[in-house]
Design a binder for this molecule. Structure first.
Ligand SMILES: *Cc1c(COP(=O)(O)O)cnc(C)c1O
Length: 359
């Protein structure tokens, strides 16, 4: 069976040597040596001042909302993984959707301003499928209305905007290092916090708000990453160039195959950004064509995913206006298998099957 993604596993002996080290040191979690090394190496690789590692990408979002003391309404995109919205509701905030641009699949910056009210405290955009948002427009809006910006950058590992890491934009960017992402630590995530004071506070907030042996300074939570996760991250970071170059080849083969296919639309990428080859979504003409493509692929034991479906304005625990563009895209988009070890012959079969479905 070919799945939409396959987690990357590093050299087993290398991982085991880190595990032996952990068994000898008996230091399993709480700001361990491996975690500190991974934070340093990631900051360098990602070209950011600081990286704060946490247990997963959803907690990274929740910690970010608390750090920035958000309240009331938060403007976000209806076209994302559910965690972008559910984390807001979980944090006692009201998600207010601004519809997306049908080409970039990112939040439509022209729609954001219409949704700002007296209760709005922040904007939470997503760099969907690693495609960078219009960060300058968003920054302007945020400045003129005094709003915080938290980028859900779960898909944007390694993406740069005009040559600098896109993670430097906004007050905070959050990453997910879940097993299915381009870079992973089994489960994991990170916060990239531009303000040094806030970063120092965040390190305590993710550890129950504890500030020294006899001191609790803040309301905190437990969001710490452990040493086994950090070890996985260190092994995978060694291989990241290799992973990215394989992904790039696979991505280019898909683009070559579908670029001139009139009945398939590909996501338009922000030309000021680099791309990390994280996903390969195709947008069909209607839901029926998409379901037909999916059915023929399934018959070949190929499992694409409806990312993202449903549009988040449809969640039963929120109250939202209908988002026409997001719902339309959501009903006819399919992510094709995309991972570093996808075999050329399997990819040919995927491409062939998609094309046959459209005949
Ligand atoms: C994966 C993902 C998350 C959640 O990350 P976890 O590490 O799985 O908690 C949040 N937002 C987006 C856009 C994601 O794709």
């Amino acid at each position: 069976m070919i799945n939409v993604t396959k987690p990357y596993l590093p050299d087993e002996a290398k991982y085991n040597s880190y595990v032996s080290h952990i068994f000898k040191s008996k230091w399993l979690t709480n700001n361990g040596e491996l975690l500190q090394e991974l934070e340093r190496r990631l900051a360098k690789y990602l070209d950011v001042e600081n990286v704060l590692l946490v247990n997963n990408g959803t907690l990274a979002l929740n910690v970010a909302y608390k750090l920035l003391e958000l309240s009331g309404e938060v403007i976000t995109t209806p076209f994302s993984f559910v965690a972008t919205t559910s984390s807001l509701v979980w944090g006692g905030l009201k998600p207010v959707f601004a519809d997306i641009d049908k080409n970039t699949l990112n939040i439509d910056t022209g729609e954001i301003e219409k949704k700002i009210t007296k209760s709005t405290s922040a904007i939470v955009p997503v760099h969907v499928f690693g495609n960078g948002c219009n960060v300058e427009e968003i920054e302007k809006l945020a400045k003129s209305y005094a709003l915080k910006v938290i980028y859900d950058a779960a898909h944007a590992f390694g993406v740069s905007y005009e040559g600098r890491s896109i993670l430097n934009y906004g007050d905070i960017s959050t990453l997910s290092f879940h097993a299915t992402k381009v870079f992973h630590t089994i489960e994991g995530g990170a916060l990239i916090i531009n303000n040094k004071k806030l970063y120092d506070k965040a390190r305590k907030v993710i550890d129950f708000g504890i500030d020294g042996p006899d001191h609790i300074s803040y309301l905190g939570i437990n969001a710490k990453m452990n040493e086994f996760q950090a070890a996985m991250g260190l092994c995978i970071l060694d291989d990241i160039e290799k992973i990215q170059s394989s992904r790039q080849k696979i991505y280019n083969r898909y683009v070559d195959a579908f670029r001139l296919e009139a009945r398939i639309i590909l996501q338009s990428h922000n030309n000021k950004c680099s791309y990390n080859y994280s996903y390969f979504p195709i947008i069909l003409e209607d839901e029926e064509s998409m379901l037909k493509v999916r059915e023929l692929l399934r018959r070949e034991d190929i499992m694409p995913r409806r990312y993202f479906y449903p549009s988040l304005d449809q969640l039963n625990y929120i109250d939202s206006e209908f988002m026409p563009v997001s719902n339309s895209i959501s009903s006819r988009i399919l992510c094709l298998p995309m991972y570093d070890s996808l075999e050329v012959n399997d990819q040919k079969r995927i491409i062939q099957t998609v094309k046959e479905a459209l005949l």
